[in-house]
Design a binder for this molecule. Structure first.
Ligand code: 5GP
Length: 216
């Protein structure tokens, strides 16, 4: 069992910011991380698998879960409902893993109210040209969907101050390394050490005994 407690890691970015790629790279490399599979009412893309990429739901199914207070957060993104099930986050943390969350800015703000121990990271594109190129690069969207993405990207960028960390994604390897370093530092932050008081208390007690015994 790890000496440190598990926590969620929220990666947010404007659409096309590269956060999903960063999340996937980290998950492939680190066995101490797990992924929280989100629920959505949007249709699956050709390569997507139910239960791996998303839990694809009808609107009625989604609303029924929301009615049961099953979501730690939910939001409308580009006209579809998205949400994170509390039980999904708890499932991953019960495995002793830190949970990588790929959620939008509105969801992130709700989520940290439910899981206050979360680490929040905003992934910034290196320039407006790169952001626009990435937003346009996705071939699966209609002009209306693209316009909605541009609008969301604008709103998301305005929320950067809500995040503890900012990683500029100018080079994927470097961005993955930076997010990895943030996670490593957060793992050993004082408040995440399990039973710190007891651990230090027993060390102190032993030293005090030793000091008493060695007083001439
Ligand atoms: P996509 O449909 O392209 O996979 O994701 C669209 C947007 O929805 C992305 O910004 C993604 O971060 C966000 N998203 C994915 N899952 C969730 C979720 O569970 N909750 C919220 N609030 N946003 C999500």
């Amino acid at each position: 069992m790890s000496a440190y407690t598990s926590f969620p890691i929220i990666l947010s970015a404007p659409s096309g910011g590269g956060k999903t790629t960063i999340a996937k790279a980290l998950l492939a490399r680190r066995s101490d991380l797990g992924y929280s599979v989100s629920c959505t009412t949007r249709a699956p893309r050709p390569s997507e698998v139910h239960g791996r990429d998303y839990y694809f739901m009808t609107r009625a199914e989604f609303l029924a879960e929301r009615e049961q207070n099953a979501f730690a957060e939910s939001a409308v993104v580009h006209g579809n409902l998205y949400g994170t099930l509390r039980r999904e986050v708890e499932r991953v943390m019960a495995e002793g893993k830190h949970v990588v969350m790929d959620i939008d800015v509105q969801g992130a703000q709700q989520f940290i109210r439910a899981f206050a121990q979360s680490v929040t990271i905003f992934v910034l594109p290196p320039s407006a040209d790169v952001l626009l190129e990435r937003l346009r690069g996705r071939q699966t969207e209609s002009p209306a969907q693209l316009a909605a993405r541009l609008q969301s990207a604008l709103q998301e960028l305005q929320q950067v101050d809500e995040y503890e960390y900012v990683v500029v994604n100018d080079d994927l390897e470097r961005a993955v390394a930076s997010v990895g370093s943030i996670i490593d530092a957060e793992i050993v932050s004082r408040e995440r050490v399990k039973n710190l008081r007891q651990q230090v208390g027993s060390l102190i007690q032993r030293l005090e005994q030793e000091i008493e015994n060695t007083i001439p």
